[in-house]
Write a protein that binds this ligand. Structure first.
Ligand code: NAP
Length: 408
């Protein structure tokens, strides 16, 4: 495992202990990854330097995954990389190409499963000046906690016509009384009590820490009762068992509080997924934190991001206890690779999330303000420029520099 000249972040008694010179591994990524990483690193370093006047500094440690790892070590995901991400606890990555074929479906899914990064967190909010397809994008300020390890994404499936699918169908039809067509492919949707509860617990803790007054369990439990429906039930159970003093249900809100949410309480409610897709368009300000099973979480977070201007500025993190990997939420956009062209905003804002996570929120706030100011000044990359009136087109690195120039 490589090393950098700094000090390791450690996790003790349920808390991160962050030195002033933390070693943080990064994966540049494939395609546009190196372009956006260069811009993001420059912004993160400048913000930390300015916020703490040289008293704090990140010691970056490069680790490898994807095509760069393949060319160096003949494997897409070296064990050393997994070990480093686990050992140093907090890391950041660019997008990775999913190799076609091979022993795993996706490097990202593999990373999430190997490091047990059970929550995919995507805070979705509007930055002034960004073109949006909705009338009031500023009403969106919603953080999605998507379960990251289960559901149909667990990768348990058998192709139509295989011996294995034949066995599964025979078992289900003969032993379980089902009537599945023999020419079917089969996928399994596991959703467990323990994984649901740890996700909802993390979402509740986030709501409390960040003064968010609503947590919504989103599910399709009216149809998938024992998976999505159970997700809702276990979510309420967790809230009742562990957050009774602070959480109230919608029923209690009406019965006990005359529909007025007391300032020191968090409303915990639930919505069926199809209705929730309407709610985020029609009444986004009523929602603050969503806890969602994997598949629906994937859909709803992209839909929300579209409302505030698209993938180029959508940050994300995959978080376990304690390991956390921050990442751009878009892919490798291979047609733009190496052109210094695409919007680095997603990785830059993921960097700001990472700084929040290690408690360096002054630097994180500076980055968010700097990015907003650059966009307000109409200094943007191609993706936003093509949607804005009389904006100035910047390259990826120039946009990073525009943010650095506006850090305060
Ligand atoms: P993509 O790389 O996200 O790109 C799709 C389109 O989104 C691009 O052509 C571009 O649109 C726009 N876009 C993406 N990133 C942008 C940025 N930073 N700034 C501005 N516009 C941006 O999706 P894809 O082409 O479906 O996937 C390519 C590869 O990425 C695949 O191998 C996939 O597996 C992988 N992937 C990785 C991750 C990850 O590592 N977390 C996530 C998703 C996909 P325009 O053409 O309109 O300019």
């Amino acid at each position: 495992m490589g090393s950098a000249n700094g000090t390791r972040i450690i996790f003790k008694d349920g808390k991160l202990i962050v030195p002033d010179d933390p070693i943080i591994p990064f994966i540049g990524g494939d395609g546009v990854g190196p372009d956006i990483w260069r811009a993001a690193k420059a912004v993160i370093d400048a913000a930390v330097g300015k916020a703490y006047q040289g008293l704090r500094q990140i010691k970056w440690l490069e680790v490898y995954a994807g095509s760069r790892a393949y060319s160096l070590f003949n494997t897409y995901l070296p064990e050393d990389t997994i070990d480093a991400l686990r050992y140093y606890i907090v890391s950041i990555k660019g997008p990775l190409t999913t190799p076609v074929g091979g022993g795993f479906r996706s490097l990202n899914v593999t990373l999430r499963q190997r490091l047990d990064l059970f929550a995919c967190i995507r805070p979705v909010r509007y930055y002034r000046g960004i073109p949006s397809p909705v009338k009031k994008p500023e009403l969106v300020d919603i953080t999605v906690f998507r379960e990251n390890t289960e559901d149909v994404y667990a990768g348990i499936e058998w192709p139509q016509g295989s011996d294995d699918v034949g066995k599964v169908i025979k078992f289900l039809n003969d032993e379980m009384g089902t009537n599945i067509k023999v020419d079917s492919g089969i996928g399994i949707k596991p959703i467990s009590k323990s994984s649901t509860k740890r996700l909802v617990r993390m979402a509740m803790e986030y709501a409390i820490k960040n003064s968010k007054n609503t947590l919504t369990l989103v599910h399709k439990g009216n149809i998938m009762k024992f998976t999505e429906g159970a997700f809702r039930d276990w979510g309420y159970e967790l809230v009742k068992d562990e957050f009774r003093d602070i959480a109230i249900t919608e029923h209690e809100l009406i019965e006990k509080f005359d529909s007025k949410l007391p300032e020191d309480k968090i409303l915990v409610n639930d919505r069926i997924a199809d209705s929730m897709f309407q709610q985020i368009l029609l009444r986004p300000s009523e929602y603050k934190v969503l806890a969602v099973p994997n598949l629906i979480g994937d859909f709803i977070s992209d839909a929300l991001v579209a409302q505030v201007g698209g993938l180029g500025i959508a940050p994300g993190a995959n978080i376990g206890i304690p390991t956390a990997v921050f990442e751009a939420t878009h892919g490798t956009a291979p047609k733009y690779a190496g052109q210094d062209k695409v919007n680095p905003g997603s990785l830059i804002l993921s960097g700001a999330m990472m700084l929040d996570y290690i408690g360096w929120d002054r630097a994180a706030d500076m980055i968010r303000h700097g990015l907003e100011k650059a966009i307000m000044d109409k200094l943007v990359t191609y993706d936003l420029e093509r949607q804005m009136e009389s904006a100035t087109l910047l390259s990826c690195s120039e946009f990073g520099q525009a943010i650095v120039d506006r850090l305060e």
